[in-house]
Ligand binder design. Structure first.
Ligand SMILES: C[S@@+](CC[C@H](N)C(=O)[O-])C[C@H]1O[C@@H](n2cnc3c(N)ncnc32)[C@H](O)[C@@H]1O
Ligand code: SF4
Length: 451
């Protein structure tokens, strides 16, 4: 039996009893439903909530890179294939799309919580193009004090670019490092030496922005000694956040086909798990606290708010080729084709080519599956939002997950343990399955039967 909290359909002594006879309801002057939930449940406390403007996040995609790294699955294209003039054209189209989306969805006055420039390699853009993107954003949105993040590859972060980021109030610079060992990095096609990488980190810090660095745990050539070296160098770099990605092997990457042909050897799953365990233990020992299942923040004080806000279910308006976002219950993605993208935008059309309308049930499952990746899933907030007590409707699965050492439970949160952080998506899937069982939908497919 599902536990519905504050169920406004439950009769109280004052409710008129619906009249019913032998199979036929009687007409009554009292039972007319004017609104749902009924007025008696409306109150002053709920006024503030409705008047608060809804927060919005922005994502801007830059698909250009100096090389195609052998592991990378992002929609990117290398400079070799594209002349600078084409990048200028792309930036013009993104500026135009920014104006189009702001107008189409009436977003101008919504407070912007975060802006994320992702890629590809946004730091590859010229200073002029970076300025143009910021000018377009300011023209169409209310940026206020948003947390602005800019991604970059170390070799592309020059002093002039760092100055442009500072001038545009960038608060986080996120650098892809992958490994501090050149033996590992060079195999991927990148050319960032350790010296250049350390210089870029220092330069990023000198802007006053918080700095994140990414490492990937399972690259070909990785050994326990190399990995320990990378983790120790990351700690010495004394940055605000360190992100540890487990290598994802996708079919569109050179490493995928090389591995199939046995041209490269990846660390085994067990070895990679050991690498991640080592990193997590070292990070914790140096007071880096997890703010999500892969980002660790010095003293827990420098959260990546873009991820947090999106995973808590707030809107994310995404622009640029292949960018994907969500507004309300609608998920959408732009075309993957750069020329097609520019043509559509220049013709005044939004470049959206696919979408998904979430049901209320999808939104509820999303809050669990994405929310648990933030390490603490606030089940009180969940109950206030969705009307269900997660600790009751997923009681069996939660107690099994507790017994297996993946989660802990208190009167506010379901929290991943240190072990559970390594398996955040597994925990999410178990809870998803639990919710879908209750709803009558099968795991892995869209919910068909709602509560
Ligand atoms: C857009 S890139 C970062 C900025 C810049 N392009 C760079 O590579 O330095 C975002 C991050 O995604 C991660 N990434 C890319 N492909 C990955 C894969 N196959 N598995 C795990 N992480 C991956 C890398 O750590 C990379 O730093
Ligand atoms: S890892 Fe970064 S630089 Fe390399 S291809 Fe991916 S987005 Fe481009």
């Amino acid at each position: 039996m599902l536990d519905i909290v504050n169920d406004p359909t439950q009769a109280t002594p004052k409710d008129p009893e619906p009249a019913h006879g032998a199979g036929q309801p009687e007409l009554s002057r009292k039972g007319f439903i004017i609104t749902y939930p009924m007025f008696r449940y409306w109150n002053k406390d709920a006024v503030g909530e409705g008047l608060k403007p809804r927060p919005l996040n922005l994502y801007v995609h830059t698909p250009y890179c100096i090389q195609r790294c052998a592991y990378c699955y992002f929609k990117t294209t290398t400079l070799k294939d594209n002349r600078l003039q084409e990048i200028d054209q792309y930036v013009s189209s993104v500026c135009k799309e920014i104006a189009l989306v702001a107008q189409h969805y009436d977003l101008k006055n919504r407070p912007i919580e975060t802006v994320y420039f992702g890629g590809g390699t946004p730091t590859l853009l010229t200073e002029e193009n970076i300025d143009r993107l910021f000018a377009a954003l300011r023209e169409s949105f209310t940026l206020g004090d948003a947390q602005i993040t800019f991604e970059g590859e170390p070799v592309t972060l020059t002093e002039r670019k760092a100055a442009v980021l500072k001038r545009n109030n960038v608060k986080r610079i996120s650098l892809g490092i992958q490994s501090f060992k050149e033996e590992v990095v060079f195999q991927t096609g990148r050319r960032d030496t350790e010296e250049q990488t350390m210089k870029a980190i220092a330069l990023a810090k000198s802007t006053g922005a918080e700095v994140n660095i990414d490492l990937i745990s399972g690259l070909p050539g990785e050994t326990p000694e190399y990995w320990a070296y990378s983790v120790q160098r990351a700690l010495e770099a004394d940055v605000h956040n360190i992100t540890i990605y487990k290598l994802e092997l996708y079919a569109n990457t050179p490493y995928y086909s090389a591995e199939k042909k046995k041209e490269v050897t990846l660390p085994s799953e067990e070895e990679e798990l050991e690498f991640i365990k080592y990193a997590v233990a070292e990070l914790k020992a140096h007071d880096y606290q997890p703010v999500n299942t892969f980002t660790f923040s010095k003293g827990g004080a420098h959260d990546q708010l873009n991820t947090r806000s999106k995973w808590l279910g707030n809107d994310n308006c995404a622009v640029g080729v292949s960018a994907f976002g969500s507004l309300g219950r609608w998920n959408y993605q732009n075309t993957n084709d750069i020329n097609g993208y520019s043509e559509m935008v220049e013709g005044g059309r939004l470049p959206v080519v696919r979408g998904y309308n979430c049901t209320s049930f999808d939104l509820m499952v999303r809050d669990v599956v994405m929310g648990i990746k933030l390490v603490h899933l606030d089940h009180v907030r969940f109950r206030e939002k969705h009307g269900f007590d997660l600790t009751k409707i997923c009681a069996d699965e939660l107690s099994q997950l507790q017994e297996d050492g993946f989660v802990t439970l208190d009167d506010k949160n379901v929290s991943l343990t240190d072990h559970g952080i390594l398996f955040g998506d597994y925990v999410g899937r178990i809870l998803e399955g639990s919710l879908k069982k209750l709803s009558g939908a099968s795991t892995g497919s869209r919910a068909r039967v709602l509560f």
